[in-house]
Design a protein around this ligand. Structure first.
Ligand SMILES: [Zn+2]
Length: 244
């Protein structure tokens, strides 16, 4: 017992700083419950270590020490990837690639623009040809359009089911608006016959109108300004209306 006590007493400093392994810790704690002397020894060590903690506040290491320590960390031992430096040739190549990319985008936008222009011209040509053909038919009605803001002609062939609207000095409208053509029956009911925008740059607009098979129930035609995409029924201001 006495020998055992001495052994435990020697272990107390290590136990006080948590340096004993698990079996030794268990045995010492069992002994502490029975031995007043060892408990007093432990209390003394605890007081001492607490005082040490209080009397020596933690200090930040100096910058040079920190640098030296950090240099010894494994992460600092890895070689840094060498920074890539571009030669003049590589810069020139990169610039050329960017330039080509830009030129391609420019060309693409030009092609798209031309394609849109081509589609508009093609539509105009179709309308012009339809107008010429209609003027040569004896059955074509050639009606005058006179309104406050616009003048023109309506070429109408009810039997063939085609009509061409020719309008001079059509007022420009904003991008969120469109002109809409309405066929009007004797009761005043309107049926949409398509939408169109004024030709840009031209003095007159030609619009081919596809008519329904049975034109006998309609007695007039009109055009209003509507929100882009058109409306089910006229909602905007009327450009003109004529009877036929
Ligand atoms: Zn003891």
């Amino acid at each position: 017992m006495s020998n055992e006590h001495t052994l435990f007493l020697e272990n107390i400093p290590a136990y006080a700083i948590g340096a004993l392994d698990a079996p030794e810790t268990g045995a010492l704690e069992a002994h502490l419950r029975t031995c007043e002397t060892c408990r007093a020894e432990l209390a003394a060590y605890r007081a001492l270590s607490d005082n040490l903690l209080v009397t020596t506040p933690p200090r930040a290491p100096s910058a040079s020490l920190r640098r030296r320590l950090r240099g010894q960390l494994p992460s600092a031992q890895r070689t840094e990837p060498r920074r890539r430096s571009w030669t003049l040739g590589q810069w020139a190549l990169g610039f050329a690639v960017l330039l080509l990319l830009g030129l391609n985008l420019f060309a693409l936008s030009q092609v798209l623009g031309l394609r849109g222009q081509q589609a508009r011209l093609s539509r105009q040509l179709d309308s012009a040809q339809a107008a010429l053909a209609m003027l040569s038919y004896p059955g074509t009605q050639n009606l005058s359009i006179q309104a406050d803001n616009v003048a023109g002609r309506l070429l109408l062939d009810k039997d063939q089911g085609t009509a061409v609207l020719v309008l001079w000095d059509l007022p420009a409208i904003s991008q969120d608006k469109t002109y809409q053509i309405w066929l009007i029956d004797p009761n005043g009911d309107r049926t949409s016959a398509g939408i169109f925008r004024p030709e840009t740059g031209g003095r007159f607009s030609m619009e081919t109108i596809t008519l329904p098979q049975d034109m006998s129930k309609f007695s007039g035609i009109g055009v209003t300004a509507e929100p882009a995409g058109g409306s089910d029924q006229p909602t905007g201001p009327r450009l003109f209306k004529i009877d036929f």
